[in-house]
Write a protein that binds this ligand. Structure first.
Ligand code: NGO
Length: 526
């Protein structure tokens, strides 16, 4: 079995470097002249408060102001912040009625559920938002304002000084996601949590889990138990796979929810279904179960469109999944059904999207479903490579009232190699440099797709070649923060040259967090 998480690197080198780099006058007003810290995603507005600095002291406490119904969630956000600061500063950072760090849900209501204001001056750090979620987003900004070593998991030495600033911020798109393919290779709950931790630092709000494909079914389904126990037993390459029990899945959903990521579960249909077909012979048109599959081909499997059992199976599966999903979206796949004749595909999707909609969830599917009847509220995920056929399907979906999430494979697929020397990853959609992943506009990428139809962006990580979370980190960092910025920041803020410089500043943060990131040579890491 694979290891859970690699042991964290000691931070000695980093600490020494930080101490040497700390000017002796760090506590003097001169520190206020330092440039505004390099934030990702770039906030809507950020002002420097000249002459003001805040320094976290051993006595600094965190206080929460929230209405009764929001108090528990707001307190959880404060506890997360204080737990991290306790780890890295060694200070107690207690929650108290009055504290120099103040989180308040009493204000900023014009900034929406995820918006926040953050003010740092000599007396206090104040995060104000309309909701606990807005507080959480503001706290991720606060973490980036602190020295990078504040993100470490062991005690570091200060000073813990923040330059005075006033920030007002809210997202461009409501949908800002990343996808983890846990089917081709299985990832433990601990590995998924690690990915959640890192994604949440960049204000992403959706975690799409690709839970079933030809190579493995990864979620316990009580009404069809062999899906997981047999269909989940292997993974690409023939190594042991695994699956999430209902308790595991609930834990992932809970952990993601506390970091304000909504889980979007995907069961890919009607293709990419060999694991299900291998688990139950009855699901096959010929009544014969195929062998488990551990290769990486696509397009060879299909559920049996003409059999009634196919739909009772899908009703059972999607109702169990919907019952475990607090979010309002369930993904039914729909991509690359090369073994399903097109007329059958349309028949199948029309029935299956009705089943998913019947669970009370919004239907999400890859752009191929653009050609089928889309229930109200459907979301189509564009994964094309600038080709006309894919763009036409996205545009068609929009004319039917669906919204589109942008995951262009030649820009947003984090499993694509950076360059020809990248040790793992695929290259079918081309090589995707850090610049290529960042330098595009989600609202104008598909000509004649109304900007109002674009719900946001998602960066998928497919795992044919990625068998542990270290490799996922290597592919996601540094590209994932770029996609996150495309999702959050205003188009006027998007500029590769300026972004590249802000990105360089994240390197020391990833060292503090022991992220296995690709040190792209075009970035002047600091
Ligand atoms: C395609 C394919 C997946 C692969 C992935 C690899 C979609 C939507 N279907 O994307 O099965 O894993 O490429 O990059």
């Amino acid at each position: 079995m694979k290891r859970l998480l690699r042991p964290r690197r000691p931070l000695i080198g980093l600490m020494t470097a930080a101490l040497l780099a700390t000017p002796l006058f760090a506590l003097s007003p001169a520190a206020a002249a330092a440039p505004a810290p390099a934030l990702i995603p770039k906030p809507v507005s950020q002002q420097t408060l000249a002459g003001e600095t805040f320094t976290l002291q051993s006595s600094t406490a965190v206080s929460v102001v929230a209405s009764a119904d929001e108090r528990a969630a707001a307190t959880k956000v404060a506890e997360q912040l204080s737990a991290q600061l306790r780890r890295s500063t060694g200070f107690a950072v207690p929650l108290a009625n009055t504290g120099a760090i103040r989180l308040s849900t009493d204000g900023a209501s014009s900034l929406g559920a995820e918006g926040y204001q953050l003010r740092v001056d000599r007396t206090a750090v104040t995060v104000t938002a309309a909701t606990p979620e807005g507080l959480f987003r503001g706290v991720t900004t606060l973490r980036q304002l602190l020295p990078a070593k504040a993100d470490a998991s062991t005690t570091q030495s200060g000073p813990w000084t923040i330059a005075g600033t006033a920030i007002s911020d809210s997202p461009r798109y409501a949908y800002r996601g990343t996808m983890l393919d846990v089917s081709r290779h299985f990832f433990s709950v601990a590995e998924v949590k690690r990915y959640i931790d890192l994604a949440s630092l960049y204000k992403l709000n959706k975690l799409h889990l690709h839970l079933a494909d030809d190579q493995g079914w990864r979620l316990q389904i009580d009404s069809w138990p062999r899906l997981a126990t047999y269909g989940g037993s292997l993974e690409v390459g023939g190594t042991p796979g695994g699956y999430y029990t209902k308790a595991d899945f609930a834990e992932i959903v809970r952990y993601a929810g506390e970091r304000y990521l909504t889980v979007i579960p995907e069961i890919d249909t009607p293709g990419h279904t060999n694991a299900a077909l291998a688990s139950y012979a009855d699901l096959n048109c010929n009544g014969v179960a195929p062998a488990l599959y551990t290769g990486t081909n696509v397009g060879f499997s299909s559920l049996c469109v003409g059999k009634a059992v196919t739909y009772s199976f899908l009703s059972d599966v999607f109702s169990e999944i919907a019952a475990q999903t607090p979010g309002d979206i369930v993904h039914l796949g729909g991509d690359e059904a090369h073994s399903t004749p097109h007329a059958d595909y349309v028949t199948f999707l029309n029935k299956t999207s009705t089943i998913v909609a019947g669970t009370g969830k919004r239907v999400m599917g890859w752009h191929e479903i653009g050609d089928t009847a889309l229930p109200a509220g459907s979301i189509v995920q564009y994964w094309g490579t600038d080709d006309t056929a894919s763009r036409d399907l996205a545009r068609l979906a929009a004319t039917k009232g669906a919204t589109v999430v942008m995951s262009p494979a030649n820009r947003a697929y984090l499993d694509m190699k950076y360059n020809k020397d990248t040790p793992y990853g695929l290259s079918w959609a081309g090589l995707v440099s850090v610049e290529k992943a960042y330098n595009w506009n989600p609202s104008t990428l598909i000509p004649n797709l109304p900007a109002s139809a674009v719900a946001g962006v998602e960066a998928p990580v497919w795992s044919e070649t990625l068998d542990d979370i270290d490799k996922v980190e290597f592919m996601a960092f540094p590209r994932l923060p770029g996609i996150a910025e495309l999702g959050w920041s205003q188009p006027s803020a998007l500029n590769w040259t300026a972004y590249k410089d802000r990105l360089a500043g994240q390197g020391s943060r990833w060292d503090a967090l022991s992220v296995n990131f690709y040190r792209a040579p075009e970035i002047a890491w600091r």
